[in-house]
Ligand binder design. Structure first.
Ligand SMILES: Cc1cc2nc3c(=O)[nH]c(=O)nc-3n(C[C@H](O)[C@H](O)[C@H](O)COP(=O)(O)OP(=O)(O)OC[C@H]3O[C@@H](n4cnc5c(N)ncnc54)[C@H](O)[C@@H]3O)c2cc1C
Length: 388
């Protein structure tokens, strides 16, 4: 084991949230160490895979408003790194017209002046000919929606962090944390000390927090990431201006369904169910439940006539969900130099730049740029409203 090393801040977990936090800290000239249990890059957490949806369409203003600034931060990173990370496609939102969440998304978009197109039935058939909408469904397009190139983004933010002088140590599992005015972190390859610690351990958040006497009501779900073959190649392709989509809850699907145009795998469109089976993050490959895929097959048969209703590729990924689907962005209740970013509930990737900024601000004792009351740990003592 190497001798102890001292830093201004240590970040545990090099997924998208930890990587952006570490990057932001080095921008603030803090000597920062980013620790990762696996050799990078890896596919065992939540941030791997080629694509994620980015959008402003949310039920709650706080997310739509944070995305306003977040888009600018993504563009800034693209410029800094000279790499394309975002592709605008628009996000088609479909849902029962009179359902509360559909109406809330519509009014949040309009209230926040997000460029939005409300589609009549005729316009829908003209603009999006290869989807059969269901009776009574409303449809709109959040024109800011699109695709983020996820693996590429993760690699770039880690590279920019290192360019600014930050240190990544991968293949180093954190085994213990000793809180104090100076926090000591014992990892498989060494012992490290810092004035502040940020824990962004994704599905392993509670394992790490147990060393600090805290447990959060987090559940880990395995998600089957399904790709479906186009019957005619190019029918749902990004070059044909096919949008990303969000199908809100319908009778046969208790959770929403989302998809991205065919792009990363030629001729295959990604369509997934926003729900999975609860799992231990270390044992996800033992799960064989495919009830989510059955729901998707039925949905695709009915609504996507140009896709073969049998997945051609199935990958897997993990969600870490809170009871209300809102994130956790807060100080540790006992140690104010330990900051926690957790529970991103399957919708956190797009917020990476802003979450990095907010966790950096908290770890430096600064007033955060946004009201973080929605994301506080104390809410778990009382009932709160869910995020999509
Ligand atoms: C199938 C799927 C689709 C999604 N789609 C979208 C989308 O369209 N749009 C969107 O915005 N979001 C989406 N998300 C959500 C988004 O990807 C996650 O919210 C985000 O990646 C979470 O990042 P994280 O950094 O918190 O976790 P992770 O990426 O899991 O990172 C945590 C890291 O901590 C490390 N770690 C844990 N324990 C230790 C330890 N003891 N020592 C050292 N390191 C440790 C882990 O190895 C891991 O690398 C999706 C997620 C999935 C799974």
């Amino acid at each position: 084991m190497s001798a102890e090393e001292d830093y201004d801040c240590i970040v545990i977990g090099a997924g998208i949230q930890g990587s952006f936090t570490a990057y932001q800290l080095t921008k603030e000239k803090k000597k920062t160490l980013l620790l990762e249990q696996f050799i990078l890059p890896h596919s065992r957490g939540s941030s791997h895979g080629q694509t994620r949806i980015i959008r402003k369409a949310y039920e709650q203003d706080i997310y739509t408003q944070m995305m306003e600034e977040c888009y600018q931060m993504w563009f800034q990173l693209e410029k800094e790194a000279g790499v394309k990370l975002y592709r605008q496609t628009g996000l088609l939102v479909m849902g029962p017209e009179n359902q509360e969440n559909y109406q809330q998304i519509k009014s949040t978009l309009l209230r926040n002046r997000v460029p939005t197109v409300i589609l009549s039935r005729e316009e829908f058939s003209r603009r999006i000919p290869n989807i059969n909408p269901m009776d009574g469904e409303g449809a709109l397009i959040d024109t800011t929606g699109g695709v983020l190139y996820a693996d590429r983004a993760l690699r770039i933010v880690q590279r920019q962090f290192q360019k600014l002088g930050g240190t990544i140590k991968d293949g180093q599992k954190v085994m213990d944390i000793k809180p104090g005015a100076v926090v000591t972190v014992l990892a498989s390859g060494g012992t490290y000390r810092a004035r502040s610690l940020v824990i962004t351990a994704g599905p392993w958040a509670n394992t790490l927090l147990s060393h600090t006497g805290l447990q959060l009501p987090l559940k880990v779900w395995k998600i089957n990431v399904c790709y479906w073959k186009e019957k005619v190649p190019g029918l749902y392709h990004v070059e044909q201006h096919f949008p990303c989509f969000l199908q809100l809850e319908i009778k046969e699907a208790k959770y929403h369904i989302y998809g991205l145009p065919s792009n990363e795998y030629p001729g295959l469109m990604k369509v997934c169910y926003h729900m999975g089976c609860e799992t231990d993050p270390n044992a996800r490959d033992t799960l064989t439940d495919k009830s989510d895929i059955d729901i998707l097959k039925r949905y695709i048969s009915r609504c996507f006539p140009g896709l073969v209703p049998e997945p051609a590729v199935v990958e897997s990924c993990l969600y870490t969900v809170t009871p209300d689907n809102h994130f956790v962005l807060d100080y540790h209740p006992t140690y104010n130099n330990i900051v926690i970013g957790a529970g991103f509930s399957g919708h956190g990737f797009k917020f990476g730049p802003i979450i990095g900024m907010l966790l950096c601000q908290l770890s430096q004792g600064e007033v955060p740029s946004y009201d973080l009351s929605t994301f506080k740990i104390r809410r778990f003592q009382s009932h709160s409203k869910s995020a999509l």
